[in-house]
Design a protein around this ligand. Structure first.
Ligand SMILES: NC(=O)c1ccc[n+]([C@@H]2O[C@H](COP(=O)([O-])OP(=O)(O)OC[C@H]3O[C@@H](n4cnc5c(N)ncnc54)[C@H](OP(=O)(O)O)[C@@H]3O)[C@@H](O)[C@H]2O)c1
Length: 233
């Protein structure tokens, strides 16, 4: 169902984004993969002919405009935007520096705004499209040490809620992905550590994304929550 669809995905140099870019390309989509690390994007491009990498920072408006332009130039259309780039800082409130606050919010929240804003004129003009945000289960709950990260994920949740009301009448879908623990490069102990062996795999989230994107035109998955069985919820 993804043949001839063009998908932009941020945070595609590693982790959930990379696995999703590959799976969607293997299922027929043309994929524009973006992240800051150009070498990693080159390695990803080498894995599938349907993938084009564009290096950029989601917090930079010009970079996100360039990503959308590349999608339209290379593939002639744009169908799906996946806002996936993000990272976490886990500290008590008084230990968080102002720089840490500003840069995390710039990536997780402003980045979601900038990539979505760059894509919306095209989606609105064609009266179709799909905006996906990889939030987190902590877009809906908090924990000690999570003030900065959960605030960024709650902000993504609020952004999606309002956006959904704006664009649904135009035939544009908005889907939130609320994942629990994933064994990616996100966590301090790194990918593949023994403590994360029963967590979700990057591929599990990629397959969730494929499911969300391959529903028939009249169906929208507004919210998709997924956890490893061993994680309390
Ligand atoms: N892993 C989990 O347990 C978990 C749980 C819930 C939600 N999530 C969410 O899932 C998303 C993906 O995370 P992940 O687990 O796949 O982590 P990851 O393996 O660390 O990958 C993060 C990706 O984001 C990119 N990125 C970071 N800052 C960026 C920026 N300023 N501009 C552009 N790209 C940027 C990184 O690429 P570059 O460094 O090359 O830019 C990388 O490709 C995040 O939004 C995260 O909050 C993760």
């Amino acid at each position: 169902m993804l043949a001839n669809k063009t998908v932009i995905i941020s945070g595609a140099s590693r982790g959930i984004g990379r696995a999703t870019a590959l799976l969607l390309a293997q299922n027929g989509a043309n994929v524009v993969a973006t992240a800051r690390t150009a070498e990693d994007l080159k390695a990803l491009e080498a894995e599938h002919t349907n993938i084009v990498g564009v290096a950029g920072d989601v917090a930079n408006e010009a970079d996100m405009v360039a990503v959308v332009k590349t999608a339209l130039h290379r593939f002639g259309r744009l169908d799906v935007v996946i806002n996936n780039a993000g990272y976490g800082i886990f500290k008590n409130v008084d230990e968080i520096s102002v720089d840490e606050w500003d840069s995390l919010m710039a990536t997780n929240v402003k980045g979601t705004f900038l990539l979505t804003k760059a894509a919306l004129p095209t989606l609105k003009a064609q009266k179709s499209g799909h905006v996906v945000v990889v939030a987190s289960d902590v877009a809906k709950r908090t924990f000690a040490g999570g003030s900065l990260y959960t605030a960024s994920k709650y902000a993504q949740e609020a952004f999606m809620g309002a956006l959904r009301k704006e664009v649904r009448p135009m035939g544009i879908k908005v889907s939130g992905v609320y994942t629990g623990l994933v064994d990616s490069h996100f966590h301090d102990k790194g990918h593949g550590h023994e403590t994360s062996q029963n967590w979700l795999k990057e591929q599990d989230v990629a397959e969730s994304m494929l499911f969300i994107l391959s529903r028939p035109a009249h169906v929208v998955i507004d919210e998709f929550m997924v956890h490893p069985l061993e994680q309390e919820y």
